[in-house]
Design a protein around this ligand. Structure first.
Ligand SMILES: Cc1ncc(C[n+]2csc(CCOP(=O)(O)OP(=O)(O)O)c2C)c(N)n1
Length: 619
C-alpha cells in the first residue's frame, strides 16, 4: 500500500480495508526507522489511524492540519511526500522530528513546544476568512497539551468567535507520563460515564440478538444512535458550554468510524467543532503500548525486545533527582515541581519517596513558576525543574512573580545548551541571555557532576532570593577536584596564569580545558589562566578587577547565544578597559537538529575550530 502513496491524494482513493492495511504498513515503517534513529515512537503510532482518516477526508494543502508539538506526526510525514527521506529523521540535514514550514508545504505551522495548535489554527481560520480562501482548519491536540494555558486561552477565544475551526482531541490519557489535572479526570469521566456505558451495552446486546438479515443495517443505525446517545448522556458540557459542537468519544483505531465521523464533520457541520478521539499510545507495537512513557521519546532501540541500545552513564537529570532526595530527607520544606516532565527531569524517584511534596502541574510552565512563588512566600523551598527551552514561556513569571519579590525559588534548568536531535525548538541556548537581564536572580552553571551537587546544596540553603542552575542533557562527569565548594558569586580559578585567560561556563568548561591544553602545547611560553566561572550572575567583580592587572586578552566560551550571554557580560565589564574579550558561543541563528558534534561543527564551535581562531588571534 505504502509504495502506492506518492502524494496524500493517493490516500483518498483507498477503500477502508486498504486504509487499514496502509496504517499497518506505516506503523511498521515508523518502528523500523525509529529503532535506528530514535524519536517519538509511541505518540506517532497512536496517531497513525487518525492521520490516515484525516488524509482520506481532508486535503492537507487546501485544508490546514496543525499538529500540537508535532511529535505525533510521523505518519503524516510519511504520507505527505517524505517517505523517501524518512530514514533521515532527526539527523543532521535530515527531516525534523516536528513539523516545520521550511521542510514541507504540508506542514501548516511550525511546532515543538506544546499547546500552540488551537491558537495557530484560529489565526489561520480568521486569515482564510478575511482573504476569501477556501478549506477547513484542523488542530490536532493531545490531552497532555490541552492542559497547557495557551490551549485554554485559545478555546476561550475560539468559542467566543464562533468561526470555522475543527479541534481534534487525541486523547490517550497520557502526557509523557500519566496525564494529570481536573480536565483529564473529566475526560476520563466522559469515557467511563455510567450512562454512556450502560447505554452502549444495552444497544449492542440488543443488536446481537437480532436475526442475521437485518443485523447489518441495524448495526449501522445503532452506531449513529450510539453516537447521539453519547452526545446526550455523557457529561460533555464543558466544550458545549464553551461554544463548540462536541462529537465523540470515538475509537481512534476504528477506521470506518473515524472516516465516517470526519466526513460528517467536514460536510455537515459548521462553526467550532470539538471531536474527541480516544487513542492508545504506542498502538500496534507491544513494547510501546506497555511502556509508553519510555517510548514517548527515546534513542535507538532493539525492535524485538524494545530495549534501548547503547550504554548509559549517570545523567545530570539523575544526579538532580537523587541529590534532591538527599536534600529533601534533611529539609522538610523542600517541594519539587515539574511541568509534565517527571521522568525527563529525573524526579521519578523523588515523586515516589515524597508524594506529598511533589507536584506535576501538567504542561503549564507559567503556572508552575507562580505556583512555586506562592509556596515560597509561605516559607516552603520549591525546586522547579523545567527544561531550559520550556522556561522561555515563563520568563515574565520568573521576572515579575519571583525575582521582583526576591522569593527563594530554585529553578533547575535541564537540557541547557544544544540538545541534538530535537533541534531548533528544543535547544536550550537562550536561557543565559533571557535570565541575565533579571535583577536579584542568581544564575549558575556547573562544569561537572560534583559541582552540580554542590550547587544544589548551595541553592537549598540560599534564602535571599531566587536561584537558577542550568545544566546540559546527557551524562555528567565526576571530577577529582577538591575544589567543588560553591562560594556565592565566586569564580573557580582552575589554573592561575598571566596575560591570557580562558573562561568556559557550565558544559563549555570541558571545551575550555581542551583549548587550554592545546594552547599550552602550541604556545609553550604562554601561561594562560583557566577559569570556571560557575556564576553568570552575580559576576565575580572582585576577581575581575584583579584580572585587569594580570591579563590583556580573555577568551570566553559558552553553549548559549552570544547575544546577551556570559561572554557579553564579560565584554561589557571590560568595555572601558584595554582588555580585549573574544567570545565563542551560539551565533545569532537558529541551530538545526542533528548530533551535537555535527551541530557544533556546523556553527564552528568545536574545540578544534575555536582553537584555530584563538591561535590566529594569539599569533
Ligand atoms: C511547552 C512544552 N512543555 C513541555 C513539552 C514536552 N512535551 C512534549 S510532548 C509532551 C506530552 C504531550 O502529551 P499529549 O499532548 O497528550 O500527546 P501524546 O504524546 O500523549 O500523544 C510534553 C510534556 C513541550 N513540548 N512543550
Amino acid at each position: 500500500m505504502l509504495e502506492k502513496i506518492k502524494t496524500p491524494k493517493d490516500v483518498k482513493k483507498l477503500s477502508i480495508a486498504e486504509l487499514e492495511k496502509l496504517a499497518e504498513e506505516v506503523r511498521q515503517r515508523i518502528i523500523k526507522v525509529t529503532a535506528k534513529t530514535g524519536g517519538h515512537v509511541a505518540p506517532s503510532l497512536g496517531a497513525t489511524d487518525l492521520t490516515i482518516a484525516l488524509l482520506k477526508i481532508f486535503n492537507p494543502l487546501k485544508d490546514k492540519i496543525i499538529w500540537d508539538v508535532g511529535h505525533q506526526s510521523y505518519a503524516f510525514k510519511i504520507l505527505t511526500e517524505r517517505n523517501d527521506r524518512f530514514e533521515t529523521l532527526r539527523q543532521f540535514k535530515g527531516i525534523s522530528g516536528f513539523n516545520n514550514i521550511f521542510e514541507s508545504k504540508y506542514d501548516a505551522f511550525g511546532v515543538g513546544h506544546a499547546s500552540t495548535s488551537i491558537s495557530a489554527a484560529l489565526g489561520i481560520t480568521i486569515a482564510k476568512e478575511m482573504t476569501n480562501k477556501k478549506g477547513r482548519v484542523i488542530a490536532v491536540i493531545g490531552d497532555g497539551a490541552l492542559s497547557g494555558g495557551m490551549a485554554f486561552e485559545a478555546l476561550n477565544h475560539a468559542g467566543h468567535l464562533q468561526k470555522e475551526i475543527i479541534i481534534i482531541l487525541n486523547d490517550n490519557n497520557m502526557s509523557i507520563s500519566k496525564s494529570v489535572g481536573a480536565l483529564q479526570a473529566y475526560l476520563t469521566n466522559i469515557l467511563v460515564s455510567r450512562s454512556y456505558n450502560v447505554m452502549k451495552n444495552l444497544i449492542w446486546d440488543f443488536v446481537q440478538h437480532l436475526p442475521h438479515r437485518v443485523r447489518r443495517r441495524i448495526i449501522l443505525s445503532a452506531r449513529k444512535l450510539e453516537e447521539n446517545m453519547i452526545n446526550t448522556l455523557a457529561p460533555n458540557i464543558i466544550f458545549e458550554d464553551l461554544g463548540f459542537k462536541y462529537v465523540g468519544p470515538i475509537d481512534g483505531h476504528n477506521m470506518p468510524r473515524l472516516v465516517r465521523i470526519f466526513n460528517k464533520v467536514k460536510h455537515n457541520m459548521t462553526g467550532p467543532i470539538f471531536v474527541h478521539v480516544v487513542t492508545k499510545k504506542g498502538k500496534g507495537y507491544e513494547h510501546a503500548e506497555v511502556d509508553s512513557p519510555r517510548f514517548h521519546g527515546l534513542g535507538p532501540y532493539e525492535i524485538e525486545t524494545g530495549k534501548s541500545v547503547g550504554k548509559k552513564r549517570a545523567s545530570y537529570s539523575e544526579i538532580f533527582g537523587s541529590t534532591l532526595c538527599e536534600i529533601a530527607r534533611e529539609n522538610k520544606n523542600i517541594v519539587a515541581i515539574t511541568a509534565a516532565m517527571t521522568d525527563g527531569t529525573g524526579l521519578t524517584g523523588y515523586a515516589k519517596e515524597f508524594p506529598d511534596r511533589f507536584f506535576d502541574v501538567g504542561i503549564a510552565e507559567q503556572h508552575a513558576v507562580t505556583f512555586a512563588g506562592g509556596l515560597a512566600i509561605q516559607g516552603l523551598k520549591p525546586f522547579v525543574a523545567i527544561y531550559s527551552t520550556f522556561l522561555q514561556r515563563a520568563l515574565d513569571q520568573v521576572l515579575h512573580d519571583i525575582s521582583l519579590q526576591k522569593l527563594p525559588v530554585v529553578f533547575c534548568l535541564d537540557r541547557a545548551g544544544l540538545v541534538g536531535e530535537d533541534g531548533a525548538t528544543h535547544h536550550g541556548v537562550f536561557d543565559l541571555s533571557y535570565l541575565n537581564l533579571i535583577p536579584d536572580l542568581v544564575v549558575m552553571a556547573p562544569a561537572n557532576a560534583n559541582e552540580f551537587k554542590d550547587m544544589l546544596r548551595f541553592a537549598a540553603n540560599y534564602n535571599e532570593g531566587p536561584v537558577v542552575i542550568r545544566y546540559p542533557r546527557g551524562s555528567a562527569k565526576f571530577n577529582n577536584s577538591e575544589n567543588n565548594s560553591i562560594r556565592f558569586g565566586k569564580y573557580d580559578v582552575v589554573k592561575p596564569g598571566e596575560k591570557v585567560a580562558i573562561m568556559g561556563i557550565g558544559k563549555a568548561f570541558e571545551d575550555a580545558e581542551i583549548i587550554y591544553n592545546k594552547i599550552k602545547k602550541d604556545f609553550p611560553k604562554l601561561k594562560p589562566y583557566l577559569l570556571n566561572p560557575r556564576f553568570l550572575k552575580p559576576m565575580d567583580t572582585e576577581f575581575l578587577k584583579e584580572l585587569t592587572k594580570k591579563v590583556k586578552t580573555i577568551f570566553t566560551i559558552e553553549d548559549n547565544a552570544l547575544i546577551g550571554g556570559f561572554g557579553s557580560s564579560i565584554k561589557n565589564y571590560f568595555a572601558n578597559s584595554d582588555i580585549k574579550v573574544y567570545s565563542f558561543g551560539i551565533p545569532d541563528q537558529f541551530v538545526p537538529h542533528g548530533e551535537i558534534t555535527d551541530l557544533k561543527n556546523f556553527i564552528e564551535t568545536t574545540p578544534e575550530q575555536i582553537f584555530e581562531k584563538i591561535k590566529a588571534i594569539l599569533k
